[in-house]
Design a protein around this ligand. Structure first.
Ligand code: AMP
Ligand code: AMP
Length: 227
C-alpha cells in the first residue's frame, strides 16, 4: 500500500511539474504603439511603405507584449503554433490600416505580424488565441486614441518640440493611465517621440497602471515629427 501511494504521489508531483514547464505565464501586457514618422526618420534605419500604400498619419501598433512584474518577459513560447493568416482573414483590412509594417523591403505586413505573434503572442496563448490576440490588440488601439489625446493638448506632429511631461500628461488625461514614452533619434540626433507604452491586464480587457516601466531615456524636449 505504502509503495502504491508513493508511486501515486510521485506521479502527481511529476504532472504538476510538467504543467509548470509548459505553461508560460505572465503578469500583464504592454500595448506598444509607434509614431510612423519617428520609425522612418531614425538614425538607425530607413523605412519602406507597405505594398498597399503609405499608412495614415496616425500611431500604428507595434505589439501587445506579455510581461512579468519584475520587468522581464517571456518570448517565443510555442513553436508549434505558427502565425496563420487564414485565422485572421476577417481582420486583415483593419490590420493593414492599424498595424502597418514599415521595415524594408516593402511588405504587406505578414512578416511583421508573424514576428509579433511568434515572439510575443505565443506567450499569452493560454489567454488569447491567434484571432483573439490580434482582435484584442486592434480594439485596445481604438480605445486609446493617442493622437487625439495629444492633439487635444496642442501637441501635434509638426516637427516641433514638446516637453516629456506635457506629452505624458496629455496621454494620461486622454486615456486615464500613465504612459511610458520611448524616444529614438532623428538623423540630426534630436530626441523624438517614437513609441508609447500603456499597460493592459492579463485578460487583455482593461488598461491598468503599469506595474513596472521599461527603461530608457528621452531628452527633456522631444520632437514630434511629421509623417
Ligand atoms: P520586437 O522584437 O517585438 O521587440 O520588435 C522589434 C522588431 O520589430 C525590430 O526588428 C524592429 O525593426 C521591428 N519593427 C518595429 N516597428 C516595425 C514596423 N512598424 N514595421 C516593421 N517592423 C517593425
Ligand atoms: P527622471 O527625470 O528620470 O527622474 O524622471 C522624472 C519623472 O518622469 C519620473 O516620474 C519618471 O518616472 C518619469 N519619466 C522619466 N522618463 C520617462 C519616460 N520616458 N516616459 C514617461 N515617464 C518618464
Amino acid at each position: 500500500m505504502k509503495s502504491k501511494c508513493s508511486v501515486l504521489i510521485n506521479l502527481l508531483v511529476l504532472q504538476n511539474l510538467a504543467v509548470l514547464c509548459v505553461s508560460q505565464d505572465f503578469d500583464f501586457f504592454y500595448l506598444v504603439q509607434q509614431w510612423p514618422g519617428s520609425f522612418c526618420d531614425s538614425d538607425k534605419s530607413s523605412c519602406c511603405y507597405p505594398t498597399t500604400g503609405k499608412p495614415a498619419a496616425d500611431f500604428g501598433i507595434h505589439g501587445l507584449w506579455p510581461n512579468y512584474n519584475d520587468g522581464s518577459y517571456p518570448q517565443n513560447c510555442d513553436s508549434n503554433n505558427p502565425f496563420n493568416e487564414s485565422e485572421i482573414s476577417d481582420l486583415i483590412s483593419s490590420m493593414r490600416k492599424n498595424w502597418p509594417s514599415l521595415s524594408c523591403p516593402s511588405s504587406n505586413g505578414e512578416s511583421f505580424w508573424t514576428h509579433e505573434w511568434e515572439k510575443h503572442g505565443t506567450c499569452s496563448e493560454s489567454v488569447l488565441d491567434q484571432h483573439d490576440y490580434f482582435e484584442t490588440t486592434l480594439g485596445l488601439k481604438q480605445q486609446t486614441k493617442l493622437l487625439q489625446s495629444l492633439q487635444s493638448a496642442g501637441i501635434n506632429p509638426n516637427g516641433k518640440f514638446y516637453s516629456l511631461s506635457d506629452i505624458r500628461d496629455a496621454i494620461k488625461e486622454g486615456t486615464g493611465y500613465t504612459p511610458w514614452i520611448e524616444c529614438n533619434e532623428d538623423s540630426s540626433g534630436n530626441s523624438q517621440l517614437y513609441q508609447v507604452y500603456l499597460c493592459v491586464d492579463k485578460s487583455g480587457s482593461n488598461l491598468i497602471e503599469c506595474p513596472v516601466f521599461p527603461k530608457g531615456k528621452c531628452g527633456s524636449q522631444i520632437e514630434f515629427p511629421t509623417f
